[in-house]
Design a protein around this ligand. Structure first.
Ligand code: FES
Length: 287
């Protein structure tokens, strides 16, 4: 290519790139104009510059909830005494859910757990100056997630207290064999060959064979677990139907257990497992 042609090409390239920049700038302006027509100034400020984004190491309370639109919000809490000293959130949802997460975590900080339990979606909406009809549920998702994180904190505190006063506490873990505390956690609750029931107050271990219908036997597996006296179930994941059955039997379920039975118990005691809810149920495991 000769020098003259090169010069012409570079002029054209510059023209092209400045045209592209103009196009991008005008598109951005149009989007911002549309957003200003739909959302309040406060909502846009919170969505573009959210506070408290992220996760806390070893949170005292944690919850992840999925809204009706499929978007998820997670809240972590750090509690000292009875006061929430830190609160963070992450979301894979819309800008409005980011704004709601930012506002609700700010509202929770500095409040006692009981005070924070009174925070409602209408409080978030009132701070944001309202949301369009399609985004009202984003505020409800934030309020529901905060409530679930607070409930998670309260249930952990209750377990700690029971441990301190040496109250009997029986945990159940679906396992692959008869190895007791060294056995491996089964990924499929219904199809686990055995269940280990551990009284963590005195380390008494009891192995229950799975005679439920999912393992070729009869009856519901949650009933077996209840009959063994378990109060808490630790598993890797569970379907919504089983979560519901355990709820009706008064057994709390925590998900995220992996490794050996001892690993699962350690993770539960360290507050690393998440209390099961319909929102974090394995949708592919309808058992
Ligand atoms: Fe569903 Fe915002 S959380 S659209």
């Amino acid at each position: 290519m000769d020098k003259g042609t090169q010069k012409e090409r570079s002029k054209l390239d510059k023209k092209d790139s400045s045209g592209l920049e103009e196009l991008v700038a005008s598109m951005e302006e149009t989007i911002q104009k549309e957003e200003r027509e739909i959302y309040t100034e406060r909502t846009l400020e919170e969505a573009y510059n959210p506070k408290n984004v992220g996760e806390l190491k070893n949170p005292d309370g944690a919850a992840r909830v999925t809204g009706p639109c499929g978007d998820t919000l997670q809240i972590h809490l750090k509690v000292e005494g009875d006061t929430i000293v830190d609160s963070t959130f992450i979301t894979d949802g819309c800008g409005a859910s980011t704004a709601c997460g930012s506002v609700i975590t700010e509202l929770a900080k500095g409040k006692t757990v009981e005070e924070a339990l009174t925070i409602k979606d209408k409080d978030v909406l009132s701070i944001l100056g309202g949301l369009p009809e399609d985004n009202i549920h984003c505020a409800l998702l934030a309020a529901n997630t905060l409530r679930a994180a607070l409930e998670d904190y309260k249930s952990k505190i209750d377990w700690k207290r029971r441990k301190e006063v040496n109250e009997s506490m029986k945990l159940c873990i679906p396992t692959l064999g008869n190895g007791g505390l060294d056995d491996v956690v089964s990924e499929h609750f219904g199809r686990a060959p055995t269940f280990i029931v551990v009284n963590i107050t005195n380390n008494e271990v009891h192995v229950v064979a799975n005679t439920g219908e999912h393992f070729g036997g009869v009856g519901n597996t949650p009933d077996l677990v209840a009959a063994a006296g378990a109060e808490v179930m630790l598993c890797s994941g569970l379907g919504p139907r089983a979560i519901n059955m355990f709820e009706q039997l008064g057994i709390e379920v925590y998900v995220g257990a992996r490794g050996t039975v001892q690993d699962a118990i350690r993770a539960f005691q360290a507050g690393e497992l998440i209390e099961a809810s319909d929102a974090n149920a394995c949708k592919e495991h309808r058992h």
